[in-house]
Design a binder for this molecule. Sequence first.
Ligand code: FEO
Length: 402
Amino acid sequence: MTHLELMKDVYYVGYVDFEVRNFHGYSTHKGSSYNAYIVKSGEKTVLIDAVKRPYYEYFLSNIKHVCDPSEIDYFIVNHVEPDHSGSFPLILKHLPNAEIIASTRGKEILEAHYHEELDKKHFENIRAVKEGDTLEIGNGKQFTFVPIPMIHWPDSMVSFMSDENGKNILFSNDAFGQHFATSKRWDDENDIAEIMWEAEKYYANILLHLSGLITKAIPKVGALAIDIICPSHGVCWRTHIGKILEAYTKWSAGKTDGKSVLIVYDTMWGSTEKIAKALYKEIIHRGISAKRFRLTNADYSDVITEAMKAKAILVGSPTLNNGLYPLVAEYLSYQKGLKPMNKVGMAFGSYGWGGGAVKEIIKELEETKIDVMEEKIEIRFVPRPEDLDFKNIVDKLVEKMG
Ligand code: FEO
């Protein structure tokens, strides 16, 4: 028995990263983890995934707590992004007897990443698996490999282990993950509301633009007799599997929280903020839920999570140099990449002479395939009280939200 034992025959050998606060631009307020696992069948030993390169020593030490690394027969690489494969070239030196298994694209992308460090023979010997390929490891345990291209990279796959004598486990890699650091490895050992929020934020920031593919993948995953999901980030799922599958179905379908509004803006001398606050007041007076974020004080990873759920996204910017205020431009660019679905949009802002920001907002929203209202709000310099009467425009917004 070791503290790394997750359940019978399955061990956690990853790294919990309490310090990370920025994951390629995504704000990780609660850290993250790079999960890796070892499965033992009594006949074979399998390592599943690796960790970010800086945590290689910790990873190796965990493996050594569980087994002699030379006893590892198979090393499954579900995904090559460096948060999982960064330590791949280093750990290989300790796995002289392991056959490496990856998807066909994984084999190719491993070489594209690590050709400087490893001989060609390392890549030639990788077993490339395709959908439905299996690996028997003895004592009733069998892996089935299912590529899930673009969830999150072209190489991504999941490995499903059926076990005649135990639990069936889906090693899902990025899917169903959360950027969340905890010493408690199971969903039901943590606050489930907190875990679901992090899963939602993870979906919004990493997977939202891939929703079309996820919609197709969910039934495939749902058809497996899963008892446990072990992702590559955050906690493992054993009690709330139905909840996370249902949430993925909802998020990937672009379902929103009824009539709800996100107001996102920045302000230079306070005029655009006055518009944002007046819109908010008019909306909530009608019993419609609304959230308001000033981008100077909010980070776009949190805001996009709200954008995924809202029915309407109202974006405000003052005009600066005939165009957008910088943080608004940054947010709109991020939002355009992630493509939130089924949204109504509206632009507002203040200007001094020529204007330009509102026009730019509309262009960005349209390129995001958001259904932009014809109506817009543009106010010169400082709004007068009568300029802030938004009854008519909010009527139209409510109508458009359906
Ligand atoms: Fe967690 Fe796509 O890497």
